[in-house]
Design a protein around this ligand. Structure first.
Ligand code: ADP
Ligand code: MG
Length: 728
């Protein structure tokens, strides 16, 4: 009898790489499947083009007549690419993307047909969306949801479908997706950052948040993945003994990329190019068979869409290359997990990166203003930042023994720490001419120089300044970036708003000059937010103790971390900035808790199934072989038998011990699940899943992994760690 695993191994070893050669240079294929500014110029009337551009840059409305023109042009453009269907593409609260395809085809009188796509279809659709999570919003209001065109993210062709990025909202106006609050947060940051940037340059009329994500992932052979119900159902291994060699040699990082993975990357990058996703970097990651892909940063809304699209494209191309793509944050115990660094900054319509120092003292004061306000915002809302990256899968990184920790802190490097120290000493009130000169020359004026050698990087920090941007590293690899980006941009917007009020007040009441007022407010901010700055090792117990003293939160599990999302402070924040209403906030909280429980429930079921129906039968089967052996020995050796068969007898006993361990623990876990399942309160249920059900996973796994080491390798049914991690 060959096990499923052996068949899979054979299949893996006989794999021919799927070759791929780019049909054209990247620069030639870039954006060919995007209804970009260029295609618009070509296909639209001047009037329609101006209408869309103004909607994109100024957020103006597009009227029906223009919408009709745009729709018809989009259809022409798409049909020339062999497209037959269109879809409103949106990002429901499940985290993935959703689409429902409709054909352009429309029958006409007399048995004929035409291709039609009008402004109505472009602007609004009503997907039968009753099965998307809504946290009770639509039930309560007895309203339906609809998708509405988001002209700030261009339409694109994917396969034979024209995809129109949309938002998804209830008829009563509440957002039912990840994008609507993001767009509102981006409006807020634009408004308040522009107001502050005007202190430094009157010509600034718009500030864009930019996002450059770095996506980490694992690739394992498809056949091996299929031999593992846990990977197929939950995206991670729920059991499996670690292999003799793991990542301790660090020989994978920046090593040469294995050929099969390389072919996959080339095809993926080509597909990304056509879709206008500006992928730039590829490399191996720390763990075996772990990789990273990063694009050039873009305006945040577009970058979020591109990341969502990428995750979808990646899965498809991986499958074509006989890989299973793992985006889970922790697919393998004892091996580094995956994250998605969110590099973030703010830039003006005048071409200035507000989070990069410049050449003049004034420009550097501007940099410091945005830099310090960001730090202050994180300090004020660290708990919300933590909540924004909470999920069942990311809990395996945050707060488990892996960077970054569940404590949010900001790393700025030694040099900028020094600058902040000096600014703390600025005189209260009016500055003497001498002090002003000194600040200009020796503090603010020195910044660009010191930034050049800002090479010190702290890999354990969840939020680090890296020269011209902040890097939010704690985001999970599986996450939709919209969520953390909504939070980050909202809190900084609120902070900048408050900053402007304070500075204006000082200018008016104390007759301070603008720069004096700014220095004064920044000085207080530095003092107030000192506790969020941390340059040390984020892994250790020492930091946990220190962070507790500083009053920083350390919410290690999702159900608890999510509380910050419904805290009064958060509700007030979103209300003030018009990002989300209380109803929307509470609905989302409920959805996230519910999702958490479901994920743990599924993992529990799958683990129970594997343990009882795969592991135990295999162990019994092998135990029988041992028993047969022992019985034979007894016949042959009679009196000496006990000594000769000693090891086998112990093994037989040990196997029985683990079998009973599994049985007892699985039963106990099922009992806890039953208790959780009847709970009405969503939070209580999630906490029960977290505290009562989940702890059994490790216990059950312990016995299974021990059995893996005891049982005949040939009988073991599930692909082993060494096979999944080291087969290329
Ligand atoms: P790494 O963090 O791997 O060392 P880098 O820091 O060089 O790599 O860049 C990582 C990411 O940061 C890239 O995706 C890049 O596009 C993005 N990035 C660079 N500048 C900015 C910026 N001003 N705003 C947002 N993202 C940026
Ligand atoms: Mg990085």
């Amino acid at each position: 009898m060959t096990t499923f695993r052996f068949q899979a191994l054979k299949e893996t070893l006989n794999r021919k790489p799927v070759e791929f050669t780019e049909p054209a240079k990247h620069s030639e294929s870039f954006g060919i499947n995007v209804f970009s500014e260029n295609s618009m110029r070509q296909y639209l009337t001047k009037e329609a083009y101006n209408g869309v551009m103004s909607a994109m840059t100024k957020g103006t409305k597009i009227d029906r007549k223009i919408a009709d023109q745009v729709a018809s042009a989009m259809k022409e453009w798409a049909m020339a690419k062999g497209v037959s269907h269109y879809t409103h593409w949106f990002q429901p609260l499940t985290g993935g993307t959703a689409e429902k395809h409709d054909a352009f085809f429309e029958p006409t009188e007399g048995g004929n047909a035409i291709e039609r796509f009008g402004g109505n279809e472009l602007v609004q659709q009503e997907p039968d969306a009753s099965s998307f999570p809504n946290g009770g919003i639509r039930n309560t209001f007895e309203a339906r949801g609809y998708t509405a065109w988001d002209p700030t993210s261009p339409a694109f062709v994917y396969g034979t479908t024209l995809c129109i990025p949309t938002i998804f909202v209830a008829y009563t106006g509440e957002a039912l997706d990840n994008k609507t609050p993001l767009l509102r947060a981006l409006q807020a940051i634009d408004k308040h950052a522009t107001a502050v940037a005007k202190y430094f340059d009157k010509n600034v009329t718009k500030v864009n948040a930019s996002l450059g994500w770095e996506q980490e992932y694992f690739l394992i052979d498809k056949a091996l993945a299929i031999s593992r119900p846990d990977i197929i159902m939950t995206g991670r291994t729920l059991l499996g003994h670690s292999s003799a060699k793991g990542q301790q040699l660090d020989d994978h990082y920046f090593g040469s990329i294995p050929q099969r993975a390389m072919n996959f990357m080339r095809e993926l990058e080509y597909e990304c190019m056509k879709l206008g996703i500006p992928v730039k970097t590829r490399h191996n990651e720390v763990a075996p068979n772990q990789f990273e892909l990063a694009p050039i940063y873009e305006e945040a809304n577009l970058a979020v869409d591109h990341n969502s699209l990428l995750m979808d494209v990646m899965g498809r191309i991986a499958s074509k290359h006989n890989f299973k793509l793992l985006l889970h944050e922790k697919p393998f115990a004892g091996i580094n997990g995956s994250g998605k660094h969110n590099n973030w900054s703010l830039s003006t319509n005048t071409g200035v990166n507000l989070l990069a120092p410049g050449k003049t003292p004034m420009r550097n004061l501007e940099f410091l203003t945005f830099f310090i306000n960001t730090i202050k915002a994180i300090h004020e809302y660290e708990e919300l930042m933590r909540a924004g990256i909470a999920s069942a899968s990311n809990d395996h990184r945050l707060g488990a023994n892996e960077a970054p920790p569940a404590i949010i802190s900001v790393f700025i490097g030694e040099q900028l720490t020094k600058v902040l120290k000096e600014l703390e000493g600025v005189t209260n009130g009016k500055l003497s001419p001498q002090e002003k000169t000194d600040l200009k020359l020796n503090v603010v004026g020195k910044i660009p120089e010191i930034m050049l050698d800002n090479t010190d990087r702290n890999r354990t920090s969840p939020f680090a300044f890296t020269g011209n941007k902040f890097e939010y590293r704690a985001v999970g690899s599986l996450a939709n970036c919209a969520n953390p980006m909504t939070i980050l941009n909202s809190i900084v917007a609120k902070q900048l708003k408050d900053f402007k009020i304070e500075v204006d007040k000082l200018i008016a009441s104390k007759e301070l000059k603008k720069d004096e007022a700014i220095f004064n407010v920044l000085r207080e901010y530095i003092k107030e937010s000192r506790d969020i700055l941390f340059e040390g090792n984020g892994y250790g117990q020492a930091w946990e103790d220190e962070a507790a003293k500083r009053g920083l939160s350390n919410n290690k599990t999702t159900p608890i971390a999510l509380r910050a999302k419904i805290a009064k402070k958060t509700i007030d924040l979103y209300d003030e900035l018009e990002v989300m209403s209380k109803v929307e906030i509470e609905a989302r909280h409920e959805i996230e808790l519910d999702e958490y429980s479901l994920r743990i429930q599924i993992e529990g079921r799958v683990l129970g199934d594997i343990a009882l129906n795969h592991v135990i039968p295999t162990a019994v089967n092998y135990q029988n072989v041992l028993i047969e052996n022992v019985t034979g020995l007894k016949d042959v050796f009679e009196s000496e038998f006990e000594t000769i068969a000693k090891e086998q007898l112990e093994l037989i006993k040990a196997i029985s011990g683990h079998i009973s361990g599994i049985t007892i623990k699985v039963k106990a876990m099922v009992e806890e699940r039953k208790k959780a399942n009847v709970m009405e309160d969503v939070e209580q249920k999630a906490i029960t899943y977290c505290d009562k059900v989940k702890p059994y996973f490790d216990e059950i796994r312990y016995h299974c992994d021990k059995l893996e080491l005891m049982v005949d390798d040939e009988k073991w049914p599930l692909a082993k760690y060494r096979e999944m991690l080291f087969t290329r």
